[in-house]
Design a protein around this ligand. Structure first.
Ligand SMILES: *[C@@H]1O[C@H](CO)[C@@H](O)[C@H](O)[C@H]1NC(C)=O
Ligand SMILES: *[C@@H]1O[C@H](CO)[C@@H](O)[C@H](O)[C@H]1NC(C)=O
Length: 429
């Protein structure tokens, strides 16, 4: 059962109880449901009522043809099993729309160019060798202008081969394979267990807090509650420290970043960029294939694991957020679906780091708490920066709708395999 806020108001308790009932029901559909003292979702109540009535009339029918049943027997019967959850109805037009990756052709082309050593269009990267000088990993002037020259150095050549291999492997795995949700423990938790000197275990973490960076964190004092989770996931190197400790806590178990962040860190000698300490593992999603250069440099100097999210996990997250975004767009603007792209930067559209960190938590934790997700007119966009506007390439409203479904009706989330068991999720605001 999720932790109840120590200073929990009634509203919180109701929320938690609701989630708990729903969770128990999902986890144990054949068992009986505890008496519901608190309100549950009307749909479920109605379904329960129908099932109950149906079972009752069946019993009466059976009873009338059976000499052996007695009044008492009916009375002591356990309540009927709850009905299976209603099969989710997904709009197939939206499912298809969400499955099309607008930026795919461009991304493929970019990867091909990089594999051929063409960095020309990548601004300051120009050549592999100049990238290395730029990043202070190599000194000494060269006049290299392209691949043939840099290949004269065996050391650079080795890096070059590693870069190609990593990028190729990654590009090959980019496909829709939602079963990746059941593989996150192996892909992420196992390496972290080894790093922490533990035997890799398939048991999930007991509880995880995902700390978003919304300014709403400054309106509350969740620091201690956050730190009481077994695992705390923070995003994009958001600041912690004495000044914020009451608000956001001090513990960090996983630093989740996008590769733009690592790219900035890679400009510093030794890739130094560990706001939470050099021992904290980093999980990163790659937003531009060229960031594999940064990854290679930083991976070799990192003490803690630097893990790249599986591209199949990236694709799954992309589809889910796009589905929610497109659905909202059509429902709220009444415009046709094909105008969606122009409001969300089309091929640039991307889920936020927070969204993927939440998805990761679903896969590796038995209970998930979200802090710092959401906004309010009285709060800054980020608690630790003065960034005013949201990035248009994200659709935060769509992601909030997703989090809402995680709490209230996870079966309404598209693309997730039936086999996947959602952990209970609580949102603290
Ligand atoms: C599915 O979504 C499309 C696009 O929003 C809409 O035109 C269509 O009516 C929806 N279909 C159903 C069955 O709701
Ligand atoms: C990253 O570094 C770790 C530890 O040094 C190493 O085991 C791993 O193979 C490296 N990853 C890649 C893809 O090179």
């Amino acid at each position: 059962m999720p932790k109840i806020l120590e200073d929990g108001s009634d509203e919180d308790e109701v929320k938690i109880r609701r989630i708990y009932i729903f969770w128990e029901y999902l986890a144990n559909p054949a068992g009986s449901i505890a008496p519901m003292k608190r309100p549950v979702r009307p749909l479920i109540s109605i379904l329960l009522l129908i099932a109950f009535a149906a079972t009752l009339s069946f019993r009466i029918a059976v009873r009338s043809s059976s000499m052996f049943s007695s009044e008492a027997e009916v009375l002591v019967q356990p309540p009927p099993p709850p009905p299976p959850p209603p099969p989710p109805v997904f709009n197939s037009t939206l499912l298809k729309f969400a499955a099309v990756e607008l930026g795919e052709a461009k991304s493929k082309q970019e990867i091909e160019q990089l594999l051929e050593g063409k960095f020309a269009s990548r601004g300051r990267y120009r050549t592999f060798a100049s990238w290395r000088r730029f990043n202070h990993h190599e000194t000494g002037a060269t006049t290299s202008t392209g691949l043939p020259v840099i290949l004269r150095s065996p050391q650079v050549y080795r890096y070059w081969l590693d870069f190609r291999r990593n990028l190729q492997d990654w590009a090959r795995k980019k496909m829709f394979q939602p079963d990746i949700m059941m593989d996150l423990v192996r892909l992420v938790k196992h390496p972290l267990d080894r790093h922490n000197g533990l035997v890799s275990s398939d048991k999930k973490y007991k509880s995880c807090a995902v700390v978003g960076n919304s300014g709403i964190l400054l309106n509350t004092n969740y620091g201690e509650l956050i730190d009481s989770h077994e695992v705390v996931i923070r995003l994009n190197n958001a600041r912690t420290g004495v000044m914020y400790e009451h608000k956001v806590g001090a513990k960090t178990s996983i630093s989740f970043v996008n590769s733009n962040i690592l790219h900035l860190c890679a400009r510093r000698a030794g890739c130094f960029c560990h706001p939470y300490g050099a021992n904290v593992p980093i999980v990163m999603y790659v937003c531009q294939p060229i960031h594999f250069l940064d990854y290679m440099m930083c991976n070799s100097s990192h003490k803690a694991p630097l893990l790249i999210t599986d591209p199949r996990f990236d694709i799954l997250c992309t589809r889910i957020v796009k589905y929610y975004s497109a659905k909202r767009f059509v429902e709220e603007t009444g415009k046709p679906l094909d105008e969606w792209g122009s409001t969300h930067e089309g091929s640039m559209f991307h889920y936020s780091s927070g969204m993927q960190a939440v998805m990761l938590a679903l896969g590796i934790c038995d209970e998930v708490s979200l802090f710092g997700f959401g906004k309010s007119t009285s709060a800054k966009h980020h608690y630790h920066t003065n960034q005013k506007a949201e990035l248009r390439l994200h659709d935060y409203e769509a992601e909030y709708a997703l989090y809402h479904d995680l709490v209230e009706s996870p079966q309404a989330i598209p693309f997730i395999p039936d086999k996947f068991r959602f952990p209970p999720v609580v949102i603290y605001q």
